[in-house]
Design a protein around this ligand. Structure first.
Ligand SMILES: *[C@@H]1O[C@H](CO)[C@@H](O)[C@H](O)[C@H]1NC(C)=O
Length: 290
């Protein structure tokens, strides 16, 4: 008895040491985890690495990318989007591999006139092919405070979350011939750019440059993931994100999370490629037919 109790205590100690070392490694600074890739001074790391800002003016937008590549995991970032009249601006936040047959998991935030709702546009590319858009309104104002946007990605499932509420699920349906992202490591990318040729009401509303520069804010990046870096891999496989009890390795959503997903899809989804019969006169894509 005594020996098994002490064994339990020491393994718990070991486990919490393990968890805290992963948390230390993953809750790093923007200096450590990201490179500012374009837009010169328009992309900035501030507050000793705790805050990152992107801005857009008439001459250019800006962007950053992760130093590391990831293959499966849970990736969280808090964003506060361009406030006021942001019509025509797009803040893209996504995971992507490279090359003509790349995979990609996209969040894009389409700005709007003051007081009008942002659209959260999502897409999944597999083997270079996308056309899987779902769009949502949000149940909060994404410009007033920081909110957490997450991607859970494992061999069975991709789940998009906003403030820990699942908004979209893309299941592995290789069994019916739909490719699934599972072998190409991806980087995290974000950019703020001018998309006023399509973003707001199909390009009808143009950017009001008198309001420039437009700025988006990032903080609290957290990756519980498998990483590829300088040719070697390491996985934080035991890690459960501190903001969630959804472990990223889980095959699917539990009943409670599934009810939340249904709530979002029923009340906030404004476009779903899987119900766009006009767009696919030859029949909906196979993953829509299950
Ligand atoms: C902007 O607001 C209009 C009016 O409420 C709405 O129809 C549209 O979906 C909103 N979002 C974008 C990106 O256009």
């Amino acid at each position: 008895m005594a020996s098994s109790a002490s064994l339990n205590i020491s393994s718990m100690l070991l486990f919490s040491l393990f968890v805290s070392s992963i948390m230390a490694a993953s809750a790093g600074s923007f200096y450590q985890d990201f490179d500012l890739t374009w837009g010169d001074h328009r992309a900035k790391i501030l507050d000793g690495g705790k805050l990152l800002t992107l801005s857009l003016d008439k001459a250019s937008g800006s962007g950053f990318q992760s130093k590391k590549e990831y293959l499966f995991g849970r990736i969280d970032m808090q964003l506060k989007l361009v406030s006021g009249n942001s019509a025509g601006t797009v803040t893209a936040y996504y995971l992507s591999s490279q090359g003509p047959t790349h995979d990609e998991i996209d969040f894009e935030f389409l700005g709007n006139l003051s007081g009008d709702p942002y659209i959260l546009h999502t897409n999944v590319f597999t083997q270079g092919k996308g056309n899987r858009e779902q769009q949502f309104y949000l149940w909060f104002d994404p410009t007033e405070n920081f909110h957490t946007y997450s991607i859970i990605w494992n061999p069975q499932n991709i789940i998009f979350l906003a403030d820990n509420i699942p908004i979209r699920e893309f299941k592995n349906q290789e069994s019916i011939g739909v490719p699934f992202p599972k072998s190409q490591p991806m980087r995290i990318y974000s950019s703020l750019w001018n998309a006023d040729d399509w973003a707001t009401r199909g390009g009808l509303v143009k950017i009001d440059w008198s309001k420039a520069p437009f700025t988006a804010f990032y903080r609290n990046f957290n990756a519980a993931a498998c990483m590829w870096f300088h040719g070697s891999s390491s996985c934080a496989s035991k890690f459960t994100s501190p903001v969630s009890n959804i472990a990223w390795q889980n095959q699917g959503l539990d009943a409670k999370s599934r009810r939340k997903l249904q709530w979002v899809q029923k009340n906030y989804m404004i476009y779903n490629y899987c119900s766009d019969m006009k767009r696919f006169p030859e029949g909906l894509p196979p993953e829509c037919r299950h």
